[in-house]
Design a protein around this ligand. Structure first.
Ligand code: ZN
Length: 322
């Protein structure tokens, strides 16, 4: 047990992590993104009014301040680090992290148990965090992107390969376009044709979409189905809405195929059925986000396939860098 705890602590300390830049980011100390990532400096300057431009240029990754995190945990919960029952302490520490992440207690207990079983959980997490930071960036009603965030490696979808498109102005980031092609080729081999109906949307375009929804259905309904500008995953350039973009999609063979296979290619269903109170949006059977193969596996293995919980956890984890 002591060995396991030691391994977890070491892994925590050697963690090199990056985070995406949020419009509501609070901490100027942590680098928002790695140097390679395409966050415009002005986007960072909106983050709490501080710019991360200098840290983004630095190749030095910051380490999580575990001592401070444990101190905060002890202060908030009354748990004592030198408690003779170390397993209970570490388990409580994990559950505290999951609690901070808004993970329901029943799931938090399960994930904490996985984390305590051995180093696999942390190892899998570290592997997932090696990907482009925007693949694990939480973007939702509480965590908007800067309105002027625009990926700089968008490519046009031609639909000339294994999938079809419903309009010729669709764009995705390069990594997502490639992953879509790979997934569509596998689907085609199974006799399934995937059709992309919507992909990247700028904040300005999202504003038009949202305003149209409000005009048609009223604000309350619009907010269940459509994101306000800055709060849409589509702005990441990592999301595809498969066609038809309505509930009829759930009954298609393409939908059934995606539910079984998408994660193998790094895609994850963002707004599953019955999760509106968690994701903030009604079930969208057609909306898949590219998160990378490792994170997709991580979501399935530890978070029961719920992308939202995994991304909330990653955000809370990164905030350990106090
Ligand atoms: Zn969508």
């Amino acid at each position: 047990m002591i060995v396991t705890v030691a391994v977890i602590i070491i892994l925590l300390v050697v963690l090199i992590s990056y985070s995406c830049s949020h419009a509501n980011a609070q901490k100027s100390k942590s680098p928002s993104v790695s140097a390679a990532v395409n966050t415009p400096p002005q986007a960072d300057s909106r983050a709490g009014g501080k710019t991360d431009a200098s840290s983004a240029d630095s190749s030095e990754a910051e380490l999580p301040d575990l001592a401070e995190a444990i101190a905060r945990f002890s202060q908030e919960t009354g748990a004592v680090p030198d408690n003779p029952d170390r397993q209970a302490f570490v388990e409580d520490f994990w559950r505290w992290i999951f609690g901070n992440a808004g993970i329901p207690d029943s799931l938090a207990r399960k994930v904490a148990a996985s984390a305590l079983e051995g180093p696999a959980f942390v190892m899998d997490l570290l592997v997932a965090l090696q990907e482009d930071p925007y693949t694990y960036c939480l973007v939702d009603k509480q965590n908007p992107l800067p309105l002027d965030y625009e990926p700089d490696d968008l490519v046009s979808l031609t639909g000339g390969g294994s999938y079809r498109i419903t309009r010729d102005d669709l764009k995705l980031r390069k990594i997502a376009a490639q992953a879509l092609e790979e997934m569509a080729a596998a689907a085609a081999a199974d006799g399934i044709v995937l059709t992309a109906g919507s992909a990247y949307r700028s904040a300005a375009y999202q504003a038009q979409v949202y305003d149209r929804e409000v005009k048609s259905y009223g604000k309350e309904t619009a907010d269940r189905e459509s994101a306000q500008p800055g709060k849409s995953q589509h702005q990441l350039g990592l999301v595809v809405d498969f066609s038809p973009i309505d509930d009829a999609f759930a009954k298609t063979k393409a939908s059934a195929w995606l539910l079984s296979n998408a994660s193998r290619f790094g895609w994850s269903l963002s707004f599953p059925e019955g999760m509106e109170n968690v994701t903030g949006y009604k079930w969208e059977s057609w909306h898949y986000r590219y998160v990378g193969r490792d994170l997709a596996a991580f979501i399935n293995t530890y978070f029961e396939g719920t992308q939202q919980y995994a991304l909330q956890f990653i955000k809370a984890w990164q905030e350990l860098k106090l």
